[in-house]
Design a protein around this ligand. Sequence first.
Ligand code: 5GP
Length: 163
Amino acid sequence: GDEREVLTYDLFGTAARELAQQVADDGFEPDLILSIARGGLFLGGALGYALDVKNLFVMNVEFYTGVDERLDLPVVLPPTLDAVDLTGANVLVADDVADTGRTLELVRDFCAGYVSAVRTAVVYEKSRSLVTCDYVWRRTDAWIDFPWSSQPPVRTRSARPAH
Ligand code: 5GP
C-alpha cells in the first residue's frame, strides 16, 4: 500500500529502551551485539549502552535498492566478519526491520556455525518475515521511514571500490 510508518528519533529512543528491557526480562546475556549495517547500527549502539555490552560488531549486508526494490539475494559486503570473534559467544543480532526476513536469515545462519546462542532484536517485524525475531518492538506491514534515512544524503557519491 501507500501508507507509511514514521519512526522519529524520539520514538526510536523509546523503542530501544523497551527492546533492551525485553532482553533483560528474558534473562538473555549477550557477550556481543552484532549490528547489521547500516540500518541496524543505531539499535545495536543503543542496546549496547542499555544492556551494558561494549563488544559491538558489524556485518555489512545489502539487499534493498529503493522503496520495496530488492536485489535477488542479500549480499555480504566487505569487510567480512572474522568468525573467530563469534566462537562460543551469546550473540544478539540487531537490525532496523525484518521485512522479508532474508537479511536476518543470512546473518543468523552465518553465526549459527560458530556461536553458542544467537537471538535477534528488531524495531519492526513485518508479517511476511520468514524469520521470527526474539525481540520485536512493533509490527507493521507498511513501508517504514526511519529517522536516519528519511532525508536524502547531504551529498551523493559515485560508486567506488571498497578498500
Ligand atoms: P529484509 O531482508 O528483511 O527484507 O530487509 C532487509 C533490510 O531492508 C532492512 O534491514 C532495511 O534496511 C531494509 N528495509 C526493509 N523494509 C524496509 C522498510 O519498510 N523501510 C526501510 N526504510 N527499509 C526497509
